[in-house]
Each structure stands twice: as structure tokens, then as C-alpha cells.
Design a protein around this ligand. Structure first.
Ligand SMILES: Nc1ncnc2c1ncn2[C@@H]1O[C@H](COP(=O)(O)OP(=O)(O)OP(=O)(O)O)[C@@H](O)[C@H]1O
Length: 765
């Protein structure tokens, strides 16, 4: 009798009913799940692609794999067939898009599973070690993470040194040869004697003798069934010593059996030949033979008893593994059945319920003392080893600040001014200013000289104007022939002065206003010099020199000084930007280098949580950042006499908050960007808008209203204003202008923090 679900579909075509029946049988039963959990690794119907959902590049498809405990499992396959991807999924660093995975009885990443954790040792394809560390330090770091005492690490290191012929333990990794580095990398996974060793090409680049030693050791540790090894290798023949071989091709495992069984079934002397035959058969089964493959396959004699069909199903051999292989069947434990027929895409099979997932809050609160000790020690050791770089990193903000202080905001000097004085010839000397003087024009020019401008004499007005046109001078000043007479007359007659007086007493100025700041400075110089010159003249006539001044009294400023310059305005913005962006760059690069060299992967697989990793980085980088901030502050206060009206503690605290926020921005960037280059682009891309919009170089009051609103919510705008209020107004935290900045930067820090942690937790390909 048909199952009820099938009975309800009596109208279905027969093929669909058959399919449905088969699928019914393939639903994972509790009992089979229990069997799978007893294996070291069990993968069922795994599917994984790269690229987008719409345009996927399928890497693993309907892949089944069973690694019994206590075996050495050699995963073989051509380059790019997906071995590393499969291993990454097994260690929990990548996820299958569908399918089941059991590792040492648990589902990676779930509560109660051993993954990530020290029960697993992972050796990536890359060397993935800290170049600056010695072999001993490397072992100490990974040993501590695996909960080993330093003494135990030393003992194991002694053993491994003899086994793998490691060089002197105090040699730095960067000074070792490629083969030696690979041996250290291998020793690192053997150190804590994990139950499951996952080794991605452990023997590449090693000499045959050492390869044999390694294989002997692997055989030794798997003998009592306590350790399981999965390894990939391109040296197919060396896997003869494995208990099981998985031959992988086109995203699934074509055969999974012992080397002897493969050799006898394919009637070949070498595993390479067997692999080649199997590949050809797979191509034939898929009916996609290329001309080249056809040519090869015609030369190959297929083993007897195997035909090109959905091959050789033997019900007696129908063990647990094959029973649940599904329609993408690849092999049975005994290896007698495997399908080479391309499979149609079926809807996903029901998933087995796994252990309940760990809560996000558990994850956040999960800081293990031994991990923190190892991570912080590692970070500081790295800083110590890279001390020239670290000194540069501390000196960099000082240098940037010094450059800013020396280059920006100061009064331009030695500007060329073309002068023409028709009142006297250049051969005559200018007399000191006096009431009955007849050549006052030259007295004005003498006063102007005090502004540190460079006066260049010209004979005619046209020549002077021409010098401005040719860019030789920023302005030309023309003093007319009867200047003194007209000026005195204008002075005496007051509002009854006639046109002649007005015309001849006026100094003509032709300016180059294309450089706005210089034009403004010159305007001020000319005006201020005139007021001073007239004051001196009035004094020489025993008059009150203030009679000519504008009737506005500039009292002592409430905040700032009468001669506050642009440097003072821009200093807070520059300081906050340096603290924020340097911290962001340093953090992003440190994290990305660690991640992309595979070092991070090793630590994460051994059970270090991303939150622990971030916290350790925060601790070490905060120390560096404080070094930077103190160095910049000392430079500002003691070398450049930076104005500091408010509390120095508050100033340093706010700068630290800005740096802290930058640090989390860096963490968020490192979680979002695939590499240092893209992180650098984002940093550069955000730097300029931030400088322009956050009131660093121009007050935000000068922006359009809508833009002001945007500027106000950016991370640096309010902190810049707060710092300005502390430095120049001497305000404290009771002022809204100060605490608003602290609140804004804290909110942004929390935001970046959340993004970083969430991405690190959930972003697995
Ligand atoms: N992050 C990724 N995005 C897109 N494609 C990827 C990514 N990682 C790997 N691939 C591609 O997936 C395929 C399988 O890669 P994988 O590294 O798993 O192969 P492999 O069998 O380990 O190769 P090898 O033996 O050379 O190490 C390759 O074609 C590779 O280019």
C-alpha cells in the first residue's frame, strides 16, 4: 500500500509518484541521524555556490561524505574542484546553502557542538602564522588558546621538533624557508592533540622523507581510533596510506572507499589511473564528453563489471550511507554504486532539526580568560616586534599635526605689491611724518611696509597694473601727484571737500582677487596701514589720533583673542579627524591582514570568538591610540603653544572617544570589506566628505540648511564643536555644546560596534 502522502496524489503521473516515493525514503530518519552523529564527519546532500543567487557558481552539489572516527581520509580532486571550500564548511567557517553536516556528533556553530573549539585542529593551505613570532611564541599562542599550560606546550614542542625536524625554536617564522614554515604550521595543529585534524595540503613542498614521517605519525595517532584526519593533497599516491579516499570531481564525491578497494575495482596499479578512469566514466555518464575526453577515454580500459549506466546497484550493499544519498547518489560505503548521471534539480529535502542555536547574548558575553590572555599577549608581542612601525604610527599624528600647525592659518608675508608714487621721485628719501610734511604718500607706503609686504616700485600706473596682470604682484597702489595737498584739504574741509580734493587724495588700488584669502589680507593691510598712518599724522599735528578711527569699540573678546587665526579655528577639527581616521585605518588594516593571511581562521576554528578577538584588538589598539593622543597633545601644548582654556582631561577624553569611535569604524570596515584595498577606498572616500561636512575647515553655519542637518548627525561634527568649546571657551561637561559631542560620538561608536559584531558573527560565505 502506498504511503498516505502518495495516495492523495493519485492523479500524478507515474514518474512523479516514483520520485515522490523515493524522496519519502530519503527523508532523514532519527535513527540515521544518530548513526551520522557517530561519525567524525558526515556530510549529506551538501550544496554550495559562490556568486549571487541569480548567477551562482556551483561548487558543491549533492555531496555526501562520511568520515568514520579513527580514520585517515584523503580528499582528492583536481585543483579548483572545491576541496578547500568543503573543508571550510566542515570547520564552520563557511556554510552550505543546503544539506546536513555533522562534525564530532554536533552541528558546527550550534550550542553544545565542539565547533569551533580545540577538539579540532585546522591547517589551512596558506602558512597562516605570525611572521614576527618565533616558533616557540607561535606554539605558546595556539597552546594557550587550546587551554594548555606553558609547560605542556614546551613538552609538546620538544616532541614535535624531533618529529618534524623543526628548526631552532627561537627562530622567527619569517626567517624560515617555505618548507620549514609549513612544518611549523603543521606542528601548530598537532600541538594540542585534537580529535579531528583537518589538513589542507599539509605535505606540499616537503621532501619525501618528511612526508613519510608525517604519514607515519598520522597513522600512529589514528591507530587507537581517538584521532581522525581529513587531508587534501595533490600527491595522490601518498594517500595509499589513508584508510579512506574520497575522489572529488565537479562538486561531489565520486567514490569514497579504501585505496586497495579502488585499485582492485578499477584494476589499476596506481590511484592516479583509478582517478582518471573514474573521471572519464563520469564524463561518459554525463554525456558531455568533449572531443579531448573522448580521445582519452577510448584509450582507457574500463574495469570489468562496470558499465556506463546509473551504475551497478547492488541491494545487498545498501548500507546506511548509500540509503540516504538521495538522487545525487555518489557512492556507497563499499563503493559499489555511484551514479554518473547528471541529476535534475529537486526541491530541498527536509532538514534535520539540529541542537538549538546559541543566543546572540551568549555570544556577546562569551569572553574566556585564557583566550583573552593569549590574544592580548599576541597583540602586544606583535606591537613590540614591529616597534619601528609602531613608533611611526605614534609619530605619524604628531607629524601631521605639526605640518598642519606650521602650514595652515598663518598670515601671508612677502606678498609683492606694485607701487607708483607720482608725488616724488624714487631718488628722494622719505622724510619722517610731520604736520607740515609735503610728501605724505611715501609715509603711507612706509607704514604699509611694516605689514611685511614686498613693495616693488614702478614708474607708471600702466606698468604697475601690468605687473598684476602678469601675476608678478597681488596688487598695485597708485599715489597721485597732488596727494598730500588734496589729503590735507579734504581733511580741513571735511564734508565740503571738492571733487579735485576727493580725486587726488584717493589712493587707487588694482587687486588680483582670484586668491580670495590673499585679497582679503591685502585689503586689511591697506586699511589698517592707512588708519595707523593717519593716526601718526594727526599726532604730529597735536590732534587726537583716535579721531579717525571707526566709532566701534572692540572690547577684549569674551572667548578667544583679538588675533585669533584660522589655525585656532581648525585645530579641534584636525585633532578629531586625525584621532578618528588613524585609528580607523590602523584597526581595519590590522584586522584585514590577520584575516586574509588565514591566521584569524586558525584562531576562530580553535574556539576564539569574534568578540574576544575584537576585545583584544580594542585593548591593544587603545593603548597605541592613547600613545598617539598624548604625543599630539604634548606636541601641541609644548611646541606650538596650542591654546587650551578648558580641562586637559576632558580634552584628552573627548579625543580618545573620537579615536575609539574610529577604531570601531575600522572594525566595521574590516568586516564589510574583502581586503585592504577596498577598505582603503572606503576610508579615502569617507575622509574628504567628513572633513568638508564636519565643520573642520569651515563653520557649518555657512552651509545650506538641509546640508547643516546632515552635517549635524555625522560622527565628527559635534565632537569637533565640543573640542573647540573646551579648548577655546574653557567650557566643561555641563555645557550642551560639550556633552552633545560626547553623546554623538558614543552613539556612533555603539552603531559601528553593533555592525562589526553582527557582521563578524553572521558573515560567513
Ligand atoms: N570566495 C570565493 N568566491 C568565488 N569563487 C571562489 C571563492 N573561493 C573559491 N572560489 C572558487 O571555487 C572553486 C573551488 O575552490 P577551492 O579553493 O575550494 O578549490 P580546491 O579544490 O581547494 O583547489 P586547490 O586544490 O587548487 O586548492 C574555484 O574555482 C575557486 O576559484
Amino acid at each position: 500500500m502506498l504511503p498516505s502522502s502518495i495516495r492523495t496524489h493519485r492523479t500524478m503521473p507515474e514518474s512523479a509518484i516514483n520520485l515522490e516515493l523515493r524522496r519519502q525514503r530519503l527523508v532523514s530518519q532519527r535513527s540515521t541521524v544518530e548513526i551520522r552523529k557517530r561519525h567524525a564527519v558526515s556530510v549529506r546532500r551538501a550544496y554550495k555556490h559562490y556568486g549571487t543567487k541569480k548567477n551562482p557558481i556551483v561548487i558543491l552539489e549533492d555531496l555526501n561524505m562520511t568520515v568514520p572516527k579513527g580514520t585517515i581520509y584523503g580528499l582528492l580532486g583536481s585543483s579548483g574542484c572545491g576541496k578547500t571550500t568543503l573543508l571550510s564548511c566542515i570547520i564552520g567557517r563557511k556554510r552550505f546553502h543546503s544539506g546536513e553536516l555533522w562534525v564530532l556528533g554536533g552541528s558546527p556553530g550550534t550550542k553544545g557542538s565542539c565547533l569551533p573549539g580545540p577538539r579540532i585542529g585546522y591547517m589551512p593551505q596558506e602558512i597562516a602564522l605570525y611572521n614576527e613570532f618565533t616558533i616557540r611564541e607561535t606554539m605558546k599562542y595556539f597552546g594557550w588558546i587550546a587551554k594548555m599550560s606553558t609547560k605542556l606546550v614546551e613538552e609538546r614542542l620538544c616532541f614535535l621538533t624531533n618529529l618534524l625536524l623543526l628548526p631552532d625554536m627561537d627562530r622567527k617564522v619569517k626567517n624560515l624557508s617555505g618548507g620549514q614554515q609549513r612544518r611549523v604550521s603543521f606542528a601548530t595543529v598537532l600541538l594540542h592533540e585534537p580529535e579531528l585534524l583537518i589538513l589542507d595540503e599539509p605535505t606540499v613542498g616537503l621532501d619525501p622523507l618528511l612526508r613519510e614521517t608525517i604519514w607515519n605519525h598520522l597513522t600512529e595517532i589514528t591507530r587507537d581510533g581517538g584521532t581522525t584526519v581529513i587531508l587534501t593533497t595533490h600527491y595522490i599516491e601518498e594517500t595509499r596510506q589513508a584508510h579512506l579516499i574520497g575522489l572529488m570531481r565537479s562538486g561531489y564525491i565520486m567514490a569514497e572507499e579504501s585505496p586497495d578497494s579502488i585499485l582492485s575495482r578499477f584494476e589499476t596499479d596506481t590511484l592516479e589511473d583509478a582517478f582518471l578512469k573514474l573521471s572519464v566514466m563520469q564524463n561518459m555518464g554525463r554525456r558531455k564528453r568533449s572531443i579531448a575526453v573522448r580521445a582519452v577515454s577510448s584509450q582507457i580500459q574500463l574495469p570489468s563489471g562496470i558499465v556506463n549506466q546509473a551504475l551497478d546497484i547492488d541491494d545487498d550493499q545498501n548500507q546506511e550511507i548509500s540509503a540516504e544519498f538521495g538522487d545525487g547518489l555518489s557512492t556507497s560505503k563499499s563503493g559499489r554504486r555511484f551514479s554518473l548521471v547528471a541529476q535534475p534539480a529537486f526541491p530541498e529535502l527536509p532538514q534535520v532539526t539540529v541542537d538549538h542555536k546559541s543566543k546572540f547574548s551568549d555570544y556577546l558575553l562569551h569572553l574566556k580568560a585564557r583566550h583573552m590572555k593569549a590574544l592580548i599577549w599576541k597583540n602586544f608581542l606583535w606591537i613590540l616586534r614591529n616597534w619601528p612601525l609602531m613608533l611611526t604610527i605614534i609619530a605619524l599624528p604628531v607629524l601631521q599635526f605639526a605640518i598642519f600647525y606650521m602650514a595652515i592659518g598663518h598670515t601671508p608675508v612677502n606678498l609683492n605689491i606694485a607701487i607708483v608714487n607720482y608725488e616724488m621721485s624714487y631718488e628722494q628719501d622719505c622724510e619722517p611724518i610731520k604736520c607740515n610734511g609735503s610728501k605724505l604718500g611715501c609715509n603711507y607706503l612706509e607704514t604699509l611696509k611694516k605689514k611685511k609686504v614686498h613693495l616693488v616700485r614702478y614708474e607708471t600706473e600702466n606698468l604697475a597694473i601690468d605687473s598684476v596682470k602678469k601675476g608678478r604682484s597681488y596688487a598695485s597702489i597708485i599715489i597721485k601727484e597732488n596727494y598730500t595737498t588734496a589729503l590735507k584739504s579734504r581733511f580741513v574741509k571735511g564734508n565740503r571737500a571738492n571733487e579735485w580734493d576727493l580725486f587726488h587724495s584717493t589712493i587707487d588700488v588694482y587687486r588680483d582677487s582670484s586668491v580670495k584669502d590673499i585679497a582679503t589680507f591685502l585689503q586689511f593691510y591697506f586699511f589698517d596701514s592707512f588708519v595707523n598712518f593717519m593716526g601718526d599724522y594727526l599726532e604730529s599735528c597735536n590732534e587726537n589720533r583716535n579721531a579717525l578711527k571707526l566709532p566701534i569699540k572692540w572690547n577684549t573678546p569674551v572667548y578667544g583673542t583679538p588675533d585669533t587665526d584660522f589655525t585656532e579655528f581648525a585645530t579641534p577639527g584636525v585633532l578629531v579627524s586625525i584621532a578618528f581616521f588613524l585609528a580607523a585605518a590602523l584597526t581595519a588594516v590590522a584586522m584585514l591582514v590577520e584575516r586574509n593571511e588565514g591566521i584569524l581562521e586558525r584562531s576562530l576554528v580553535m574556539g576564539v570568538s569574534p568578540v574576544e578577538l575584537l576585545t583584544a584588538h580594542v585593548v591593544s589598539e587603545f593603548v597605541l591610540m592613547m600613545g598617539q593622543i598624548i604625543a599630539v597633545t604634548c606636541c601641541g601644548l609644548f611646541i606650538f603653544n596650542m591654546k587650551m582654556s578648558g580641562s586637559l582631561t576632558l580634552f584628552i577624553s573627548l579625543l580618545s572617544l573620537s579615536g575609539f569611535c574610529g577604531m570601531w569604524f575600522g572594525f566595521a570596515l574590516s568586516s564589510m570589506c574583502p581586503d585592504e584595498t577596498s577598505a582603503a577606498y572606503v576610508l579615502l572616500g569617507s575622509f574628504f566628505p567628513m572633513i568638508l561636512l564636519c565643520g573642520v575647515i569651515w563653520p557649518i553655519e555657512g552651509m545650506a540648511h538641509g546640508l547643516q542637518m546632515v552635517a549635524l548627525i555625522l560622527p565628527l561634527t559635534q565632537p569637533v564643536e565640543s573640542l573647540r568649546s573646551i579648548m577655546q571657551r574653557g567650557w566643561d561637561l555641563s555645557r550642551p555644546a560639550v556633552y552633545h559631542g560626547c553623546i554623538t560620538i558614543t552613539i556612533w561608536t555603539l552603531l559601528f560596534m553593533t555592525v562589526s559584531v553582527v557582521l563578524l558573527k553572521f558573515k560567513r560565505a
